[in-house]
Write a protein that binds this ligand. Structure first.
Ligand code: HEM
Length: 405
């Protein structure tokens, strides 16, 4: 068992934690479920690890996701005058009510499970084309060749971006991956500026011409739900920043889990109707979100018996909640497709609950199903113990997933 003294003050930010966080989180849940963490640049955060505390935190309006609240705290801590986040980052994921309410209403109305379901044939086609390209390579890597591009192209398709712009979209999305709106540089990388101009032109064109896609639905919404062009642009950024890396991390994680759990993989392939029912357990087990979700306290808040002062960063460890033995008493570390109610928090909880949850499930199901249907003998090209996770504070992608197809 890991002892208290074995945990460094940066305990959640070490490479050992990244590679296998679950034993440490199990210890923290038991011994100090709301625990301090030192930040490398100075200052501290509080990590919430138990399921019930996490749900309470995510439902508490005194814990803010507002990007400007975060930004002010970062400015105070650094003691420098930083440039505020760009307009594109002012989207629904980064604001709180009352600003959040109309943005959320607009997207909830336009981005329905039905719209996600309608994309199934297109997602299958994109998945198949990516698999065709992988067959041609030497040792195919399912991260760079499959899990990474599939969500980017699907979200581009969802927004009505023409296929001719997909190569640019892949480049722009790679730049978005490294963009931090609260780092205080205020500078948009040239790639992100190109993306922003492209989106502004696309929105203007859809305003004139209409279309069947999500952007057109937002633009031509009923007057009481209509957003301004700037709000639609930032909503587009929310879809990309919220959907690309998260879904890539989930797709890679689910495929790797099924490559290392042959019995569960066989069960799914034998009865395809089980994919939909098993998806929540796969998402709980894989937990594609790492050290997120982050909030800042705007008043003192008591969580799990600990009073967190005002103006502090709180990290809600979804990874930990998904393995909480109080919530999942029956072997939480096991992938059990028959688990009763795998009510995980991987898509968050409360007003910021993931807008793309249904779309993400569709993409992940198709990605895994098409791979295993087309290549029934697919197997890892390395020992499972050699698989490495990328060091990333938000998501939990594998560095590579090399396979023999
Ligand atoms: C097509 C893919 C996806 C899209 C378009 C998408 C989009 C979004 C958007 C727009 C929000 C902000 C909602 C709001 O603030 O009201 C959000 C929140 C969130 N998404 Fe997604 N998402 C996708 C996939 C995923 C995946 C695969 C995961 C992880 C399993 C995920 C986890 C979350 C979480 C945890 C939040 C809440 C964040 C918080 O409360 O701090 N998303 N998503």
């Amino acid at each position: 068992m890991t002892g208290t003294r074995a945990l460094s003050k940066f305990w959640m930010l070490t490479n050992d934690f990244t590679q296998n966080p679950f034993p440490v989180l199990e210890y923290v849940r038991r011994e100090s479920p709301v625990r301090e963490l030192s930040m490398p640049g100075g200052g501290r955060a509080w990590v919430v690890t138990r399921y019930e505390d996490a749900k309470a935190a995510l439902a508490d309006p005194r814990l803010s996701r507002d990007i400007h609240v975060h930004f002010r705290l970062m400015s105070e801590r650094s003691g420098r005058l930083l440039t505020p986040p760009a307009e594109e980052a002012n989207h629904l994921a980064n604001v709180e009510p009352p600003r959040h309410t109309p943005l959320r209403r607009a997207i909830s109305f336009a981005f329905t499970p039905r719209r996600a379901e309608a994309l199934r044939p297109k997602v299958e086609q994109i998945a198949d084309e990516l698999l065709d390209a992988l067959v041609a390579g030497p040792v195919p890597d399912l991260i760079t060749g499959y899990a990474d591009p599939l969500p980017v192209i699907t979200i581009a398709e969802l927004m009505g971006v023409p296929a001719s712009a997909w190569p640019d979209f892949l480049r722009w999305s790679a730049a978005l991956r490294n963009y931090s709106p609260t780092d205080g540089s205020g500078v948009l990388d040239a790639n992100i500026q190109e993306l922003s101009s492209f989106m502004a032109e696309l929105i203007a064109r859809k305003e004139r011409e209409g279309g069947e896609d999500l952007l057109s639905a937002l633009i031509h919404a009923a007057p009481e739900r209509r957003l301004t062009p700037t709000e639609i642009l930032s909503t587009g950024f929310a879809l990309m920043t919220g959907g690309n890396d998260t879904t890539a991390s989930l797709v890679g994680g689910v495929i790797s889990a099924l490559l290392t759990h042959p019995a569960q993989r066989a069960e799914l392939l034998a009865s395809p109707a089980r994919w939909g029912k098993s998806m929540d357990e796969l998402i709980r087990y894989v937990s594609p979100i790492s050290n997120a979700l982050q909030r800042v306290t705007t008043e003192p808040v008591e969580l799990g018996g600990v009073t967190i002062p005002s103006g502090e960063v709180v990290i809600i460890s979804v990874m930990s909640t998904n393995r909480d033995e109080e919530q999942f008493p029956d072997h939480p570390d096991r992938l059990d497709l028959d688990r009763h109610k795998p009510a995980h928090l991987s898509f968050g909880f409360g007003i910021h609950y993931c807008s793309g949850a249904h779309m993400a499930k569709v993409i992940t199901e198709i990605a895994a199903r098409r791979l295993f249907e087309r290549f029934p003998d697919v197997r890892l090209a390395v020992d499972p113990a050699e698989l490495r996770y990328q060091q990333n504070v938000v998501v939990r992608p594998l560095e590579a997933l090399p396979v023999f197809l």
